[in-house]
Design a protein around this ligand. Structure first.
Ligand SMILES: NC(=O)c1ccc[n+]([C@@H]2O[C@H](COP(=O)([O-])OP(=O)(O)OC[C@H]3O[C@@H](n4cnc5c(N)ncnc54)[C@H](O)[C@@H]3O)[C@@H](O)[C@H]2O)c1
Length: 357
């Protein structure tokens, strides 16, 4: 049975303020929202990679695009007041574990105070009915346990990135208790997704961008941590969940749970080495990789899986693409990019394939 899809009747003409539109997930979400007839105002820093999904898929054509910092409260406030959004999707973040070790203050200020700024503007902008704060599966205290994490599990986080996202969860909850639980107030909740793959990610120190770059250059990719198990999913899976969550938040604010997990079915919980093998096969040619363990590497969890029972029961969401399709679509996207394709059209085609899956 397929999972639920966003309701175009809800989104048509809806004014959506989306932070992180110049990034990987935010770019896909912006294109999806445009196809649903929403009016999007994106607010983010300029793309941090070259190439970027924002430039290659011409995401700026699908929204009103503002380049700004979520730590700059006056600038963020001007953007909110000018646009007068109905709903807010907050994705902007410093999202990389290794970078968070190199620059913890940037990570904490962006992911904690930046989220607090967004929540405070949700509180102070009368047009806003609902907000979704995107955190991560890494917000849970990682016990290296075989049992998938549930929404009620204890928050934690050893590295600065994971810790900052657990803090963003607590800040969201505090705003809910303090301002959003009253009748007539806007509602807010958080979303915790697993490791996302798909076309258009060029971030450093992420598995798929590293693999694709090596495959495209005809050299072996290097795997540092082949045994680490993560919940892998296509970028469109959590994006679908985020849209369903916002619909739910706006329709029944008083009954909204504080958070949902969005992870793959059991078959998507695999080791890094399996993703590398699957993507190499999907890419074809002489795509290959080598394992080179780094004993001096910074700490990263080795086992992390997510329980998405609540999202399934509460939102009707469930993964639509099995892992093999996810990897095939990812390879197809980067192959099209390598061949100089129209990447906005490729995104739209993959979105249409996803919706009809
Ligand atoms: N990609 C994943 O596997 C994954 C998994 C779980 C959760 N997440 C979360 O999803 C969200 C989006 O991640 P992504 O993979 O698209 O990351 P990304 O790096 O591609 O995009 C991050 C976005 O945040 C913006 N940003 C960063 N700092 C900012 C600042 N100070 N002010 C304004 N904008 C700022 C960037 O400009 C960019 O638009 C993040 O909150 C991330 O933590 C990602």
């Amino acid at each position: 049975m397929s999972g639920a899809l966003p309701d175009a009747a809800f989104w048509r003409g809806r004014r959506v303020f989306l932070t992180g539109h110049t990034g990987f997930k935010g770019g896909w979400l912006t294109l999806w929202l445009r196809s649903l007839g929403a009016e999007v105002c994106g607010y983010s820093l300029a793309p941090s990679t070259e190439p970027s999904l924002f430039a290659t898929a011409r995401v700026g054509e699908a929204c009103r695009s503002i380049i700004g910092d979520i730590r700059d409260l006056p600038a963020l406030e001007r953007a909110f007041m000018d646009f007068q959004p109905d709903v807010v999707l907050h994705l902007a973040a410093q999202p990389l574990v290794r970078r968070s070790y190199q620059d913890p203050l940037e990570t904490f200020s962006t992911n904690i105070m930046g989220s607090a700024h967004v929540l405070d503007l949700v509180r102070r902008t009368p047009t806003v009915r609902g907000a979704l704060i995107v955190t991560t599966d890494k917000c849970y205290e990682n016990l290296e346990q075989a049992t998938p994490y549930r929404e009620t599990d204890r928050l934690g986080g050893r590295d600065p990135y994971s810790s900052s996202k657990a803090c963003a969860e607590l800040v969201t909850r505090s705003y809910w208790w303090s301002y959003f639980s009253a009748a007539g107030a806007p509602a807010a909740a958080s979303a915790r997704a697993g490791n996302v793959v798909g076309g258009g990610d060029w971030s450093t120190d992420r598995l798929v961008p590293d693999l694709i770059q090596a495959f495209a250059e005809g050299r072996p990719a290097i795997l540092r941590n082949p045994d680490a198990v993560r919940p892998w999913q296509h970028v469109l899976e959590p994006c679908c969940g985020y849209l369903l969550a916002v619909e739910r938040i706006c329709r029944t604010p008083a009954k909204t749970p504080p958070a949902w997990n969005f992870g793959p079915d059991e078959e998507g919980n695999v080791a890094v080495g399996e993703i590398a093998a699957g993507l190499a096969a999907a890419w074809g040619g002489d795509a290959r990789y080598e394992v080179r363990r780094d004993p001096g590497a910074v700490h990263e969890a080795t086992l992390l899986t997510l329980d998405h029972t609540l999202a399934q029961a509460d939102l009707g969401w469930r993964p639509r693409w099995p892992l093999a399709t996810t990897l095939a679509k990812t390879a197809e996207w980067y192959r099209a990019h390598q061949a100089g394709g129209d990447m906005q059209a490729v995104c739209e085609q993959q979105l249409s394939d996803y919706v009809s899956a």
